[in-house]
Design a protein around this ligand. Sequence first.
Ligand code: DP6
Length: 402
Amino acid sequence: MPEDSGNKLTMVTCSAPVNIAVIKYWGKRDEELILPINSSLSVTLHQDQLKTTTTVACSRSFQEDRIWLNGKEEDITQPRLQSCLREIRRLARKRRSDGEADVDTAGLSNKVHICSVNNFPTAAGLASSAAGYACLVYTLSRVMGVEGELSVVSRQGSGSACRSMYGGFVQWIMGQQGDGKDSLAQQVEPETHWPELRVLVLVVSSERKPVGSTSGMQTSVETSSLLKHRADSVVPARMKEMIEAVHKRDFTTFAELTMKDSNQFHATCLDTYPPIFYLNDVSRHVINLVHRYNRHYRETKVAYTFDAGPNAVIYTLQQNVEEFVQVVKHLFPPETNGGQFLKGLPVAPTTLSEELKQAIGMEPMVKGISYIISTKAGPGPRMVEDPSEHLLGSDGLPKESA
Ligand code: DP6
C-alpha cells in the first residue's frame, strides 16, 4: 500500500467465522499470553450463517485508536485488544525493518478506527469472541501488510479465536514454550473434506447470563483435580483419535468423542469449587433425546456438544438432518407467535414414524428452544472486496447501519 500523504484514509474490511470445539479448551497455564493446558480441536462454521465483519481504517487525522462493537463504542485500552494491536504493529515493524516492500507504513504510525458487527444476535449467547478476535487480527494484518502465522496473535485476544483463523477442521496445538510461539492453530482438513457433515445450533431460551469462560476456567484450574487429570491423561490420546476420525470421515468415532469430551468438560465444571453449571434442563433434555435417537437406530447418527452456556450444537450427517430437525420440532414445539424457527441452510419438513416417537418417549417442552441455525463447515477469514460493505464511512466513523 502507498505511503500516506495528507489525510488519506486506508480502509480494509474482512469477515471471520465462529468455531465450535469437539475437543474442548478449558484452562490456561499462562493467563497473559493465553496458553492452554491442553490442545483442542474444532470445526469452523460457515460464514453464510455465522460471522463477524470488521472494518479497520487508518488515517493521519485520527487522534487515537478507537473501537465500535455492534454499534457501541467500547474501551480500546482493554488488555486483550491492546495485545492484538501491539503484536500486529510489532510484526509490521519487523517486516519493515526486514526490508519487506508491501508494509503499509501509514498503518504503522497512524491511529486506527475499528468497527465490528456480528450477523447473529449477541443475545443468542453464541461464542462471538472467537470470530471477533480472529476478524480483528486478520483485518489489522491486511491493513498493515503483515503476513505469516497470525493464530499466535489472535490467541492473545481469546484462546478459541486462534482456531477461527482457518477453515474446516482445526487443531490448536498447546505448545511447550514459555513465550507461546509454538501455541498455534493448524488446519487438520479443509472445509471441503467432509461435505456431508452438518451442524445444527439449537439456541436455547435462557434469561440467565452464565459465568464467563475466562473466569470459569481460571477457577477450574485452581480447584478441579479432574481438570488436571483430563488435560494430562485424557486429551492427548483423544486428540490423536479425533484427528484420525476426521481424516477418515469416521462419523461414529467423531460423534462419540465429541459427546464424551463435552460431557467431561461439563464434569470438570461441576468439579470446580464452587461448581459452575452451564447446562440447564433444556440442555439435558437435548442430551437425552440424542441418546434415545441413537439407541433407537443402534447407531450413533447424531452428536451434541455444549460450550460455556446452555445452547446445544449438534453434529450429524446430511441424510439425518431432516428427521432430526423434525424430532427437535416435535419435542420443542416452536412458539406459534415467535419468529422463524429454522434459520440458515434449508431443511425440508418430514413426518416421524410412531415407532420413532415412541422410542424417544419424552414429553414435549414448550419454549425450550428459540430457534435452530442450520449450517455446515466453512472457510477461514476472508477480505471483503466490495467497498460499499465497509462499516466505516469516509469520515472514519461508523455508518448508520453498523
Ligand atoms: C468452552 O476462548 O472464550 O468454548 O481464552 O479466556 O477468551 P478465553 O476463553 P475462550 O474459551 C472457550 C471455551 C470453550 C471451549 C472451546 O472453545 O474450546
